[in-house]
Design a protein around this ligand. Sequence first.
Ligand SMILES: Nc1ncnc2c1ncn2[C@@H]1O[C@H](COP(=O)(O)OP(=O)(O)OP(=O)(O)O)[C@@H](O)[C@H]1O
Ligand SMILES: [Mg+2]
Length: 566
Amino acid sequence: MFRGRKTETGREKGETKMEEMRGVQVEEVVSNARRLGIVVGEASATEFLFVAEREVPRWEYVSVFSVEETDEGRKPVEVIAQVHTILSASLALPHSLSFESAQRIVEAGLADNRTIAKARVLGYIHNGVVRQPRMAIKPGKEVFAASEEVLRRFYSFSDEEGLFIGNLITRSDVKVSISVNGLRRHLAIIAQTGAGKSYTAGVLMEELLKKGATIVVLDPHADYIFLSQDRNGGKFSDRVSVFRTKESTSRYEWEIGSVKNYEVRFSDLDFDEISMLCGFPKDETRWVNIKEAVRSAIEDLKEERGDFSLEELIELLQKRSLKGDEGASKALKYVETLREFRGIFGNSTTSASEFLKAKHVAVFDLSGLDDKVANFIAARVLREILALKLMQRSGGDGVMKYPVFVFVEEAHRFIPDDEKTLAKGILKRIAAEGRKFGIFLTLITQRPCKIDADALSQCNSQIIMRITNPEDQNAVRRSSERMSESLLNDLPGLNVGEAVVVGEVTRAPVMVRIRQRQTREGGADIDTVRLLREASAEAEAEESARASGEQARKEIEIVRSIVEGF
Ligand SMILES: Nc1ncnc2c1ncn2[C@@H]1O[C@H](COP(=O)(O)OP(=O)(O)OP(=O)(O)O)[C@@H](O)[C@H]1O
Ligand SMILES: [Mg+2]
């Protein structure tokens, strides 16, 4: 097929040479190719139009042969592009025609129809790396359907490096993987609600776990508590632990493997943590007396009994307040608010060694917890991870030496744009510096415009799914220079489970249908049908109870009237 394409237009000297130089590999690729059309009109190095010879679906991958100046001189290259717009037009049927004229032209068989496709250039591969062409694509060039083989080279990585996430939307025969190395510079999964963010995050966790990763998940909706199970409730992995508090509300209807309590012994909190929980500002002098009262009460309790509870701290402050200690009296109001966190305080402190293990997922089930409490757990867990990684960097023995992949579901609850939270500081620090220490974030959110813009822009890769809200689209536009306008325009057209992936995890932007989960989903969409059925049954039972009560009442009435009649 390739041999037949002798288009002289636009052919250069270099290209003739290219044909001679072309190795077996390229030859094979091309011989499988299917011609789709010819480049027409103005073309640039980033975009071109082609008139289609046959039906071309939107988002189809195409290739055009060109010549590029590389570090090894002028080389033939296969440029890959993706069709983003399809236009159908007719010279014989301009839009100025009246209906009658148009009808006459159609009836006379004079109506021509041409399909023009617009394609954006994705690049070409040279020595295993995707590069952007510098030369404009030449009009007259033939356009082929990109071969499976070249697409695979574009969109997959070696088994060791790649995380298999799905298949190309338009080419289900082409598997797509993303690079685990790309996760070093953090990832954001962004989409409107119900588009498939948690599902996708679950796929990534499965892949990472298979590779031996240490994963920590902050999970406000209990989306990942069943990760140890396969889709049918069998075993997927033993290496998943769920940490919950006394107040987590998710129901564990099934046996889900290892479930542990996450708790903190109150006396293990240091003054800075207590001060943060009380909301004492760091440097303000007005607060000196209050802070001093708390600090000295803590110190005295530590010295006196070592271990002590929040209630004991409150008691001591009350005693001192009664004795006229003004600082203690004012501090009480703040320290009493710590009762909000009662669900977390326990007899011991969950050690980081329980949740940071090689080839292991630790899911922190934060379901039903108040934002403040969820943030406290997040902040504490993240601070411990960072401390351990810092120790390891300075040569600490026996500390966590492997990278830690941290997934933050509902990230806008932990790192909102416009308010302070307990976890915001540490999350921003990890977003800015974590990669130096081997902490790699995945932020998951349906409200990119409500999340701290700095943290979001530190995510050098994005998996973006359906987004229709313009405000959120703008937030995506601001956070990623890699999202071209035309890709942004495609976002509302994505179906559930379809995603655009851009950034360091992929060689070129890619549209992928996320593969099926191997593990059981957690807080998936509520089963409305089942719940309505249950509601109907409940209502029926109520009505029949009422009816039988009514019947009994009538019978009593009858008996009473008979008795009274005697
Ligand atoms: N790739 C996929 N393949 C099959 N089903 C999917 C896929 N992605 C999502 N779904 C289904 O779509 C529904 C919504 O997915 P999911 O819960 O992941 O959405 P979400 O974006 O996390 O929503 P929310 O913002 O409400 O948390 C689920 O029932 C899930 O099973
Ligand atoms: Mg979700």
